[in-house]
Design a binder for this molecule. Structure first.
Ligand code: ZN
Length: 73
């Protein structure tokens, strides 16, 4: 039954990682002001929006992560 145990702990690890990254993203978003423009591509969006769509949001978050990893700003 080693397989089942391994899968369970894999799942726990993934769930923990997911919870951590969700909290991190939420903290980043809280700092991000809504300026009526997409933070990723600069397109005009609604007053309350920060991105055009999920794709731009993901792109922006990916960019931020990469910047943190490479240490550039
Ligand atoms: Zn956009």
């Amino acid at each position: 039954m080693a397989d089942l145990t391994d899968k369970a702990s894999d799942y726990e690890e993934q769930a923990r990682d997911a919870a951590i990254s969700v909290a991190r993203v939420a903290a980043q978003r809280a700092r991000l002001p809504a300026v009526g423009q997409c933070h990723h591509c600069g397109a005009e969006v609604g007053q309350q929006a920060r991105f055009c769509d999920a794709e731009c949001r993901d792109g922006y978050e990916f960019e931020q992560r990469m910047r943190k990893l490479t240490g550039s700003r």
